[in-house]
Write a protein that binds this ligand. Structure first.
Ligand code: PXG
Length: 290
């Protein structure tokens, strides 16, 4: 495996970051998780744009322009001779001193890992996930914008632990007001009487790239999507529910806090969206091998 760090490629054993890197010391940095299918990177531009928006919001200069970073990412996949997989792109504040002052970090650290990721078995895509509500709330806008895909995932990790302790596949996170925000690493959608619903970004949800693909697919199918404030009740009483994320793709959710959602099996619109999503991932995206 070849890993990109600051313009050089290293074997896995030698791909190391300093203990003085502020990404490690303070979670000071941003990242993207990007998938590629059939020799093409899916929604590359959207991921890169979000990374630069996240960096800009935290006053972090990536140190590379978008095109150079895209070329480094494609080159990392090529050197690993992969056609299907997952890229983790990370930009940290870089090496500094002890003390959180970012001004003491002269330049960002950029690293890129191209590998594989499987979050759920095929059975979960067929039968659906069970979800539980977590006590851990989504970070509020006033603490750190939840739009920033930062290296501070501790609240999501705490929520994931709660879900695991409950034996559930995913954990539902509410915001400080008690409205539904998203899951620990996925956006959430419901279907009720033919209309699709998802919490607004203002709820604290990440503006997911896969979430945006659902909006496009719904437009294509002529299905309305609404973004009202949502509560657990709206999910208990939905006809269908599914989660979206780069790693999870589109996965049905069939139970919330022991209540069956709809029939308790993946619904027809969910299945249709999964099928269309698979067509899109197989046929679109930035070619890796030109
Ligand atoms: N919300 C949160 C908090 C996320 O971390 C999403 C929503 C979905 O966004 P995208 O743009 O991927 O549709 C995410 C993304 C992992 C992993 O390693 C997690 C994500 C993406 C890739 C890998 O568990 N979460």
């Amino acid at each position: 495996m070849k890993i990109y760090i600051d313009g050089e490629f290293y074997e896995k054993e030698n791909a190391k970051i300093s203990v003085f890197d502020h990404g490690l010391l303070y979670g000071d940095g941003v990242f993207e998780g990007i998938r590629f299918y059939n020799g093409r990177v899916f929604r590359l531009e959207e991921h890169i744009d979000r990374l630069y928006d996240s960096s800009h919001a935290i006053c972090l200069n990536v140190g590379l322009d978008k095109q150079t970073l895209i070329e480094a990412l494609l080159q990392t996949i090529r050197l690993n001779e992969l056609r299907d997989g997952y890229v983790r792109l990370v930009v940290t504040r870089g090496c500094g001193d002890l003390g959180l002052n970012p001004a003491l970090c002269p330049r960002a650290t950029v690293f890129i890992i191209a590998s594989k990721i499987t979050l759920y078995s095929e059975e979960k895509y067929e039968k659906g996930l069970e979800v539980v509500t977590c006590a851990t709330r989504r970070i509020p806008h006033g603490a750190l914008s939840p739009m920033v895909k930062s290296l501070n995932y501790l609240n999501n990790v705490m929520a994931k632990i709660e879900a695991q302790h409950a034996g559930a596949g995913e954990g539902l996170m509410l915001n400080e007001q008690g409205f539904v925000s998203e899951c620990t690493g996925d956006n959430i959608f419901t279907v009720k009487k033919g209309i699709i619903y998802t919490p607004p970004i203002s709820s604290g949800a990440l503006s997911g790239v896969t979430r945006n693909v659902v909006f496009e697919m719904a437009a294509e199918l002529g299905i309305t999507i609404l973004e009202p404030n949502m509560t657990r009740y709206d999910i208990f009483t939905a006809d269908e529910c599914f989660l979206t994320g780069t790693a999870a793709e589109i996965i049905p959710a069939v139970k919330l806090d022991t209540r069956a959602i709809g029939s308790g099996t993946p619904g027809p619109l969910t299945r249709k969206l999964i099928a269309r999503f698979r067509e899109l991932t197989a046929s679109s995206g930035e070619p890796i091998y030109k």
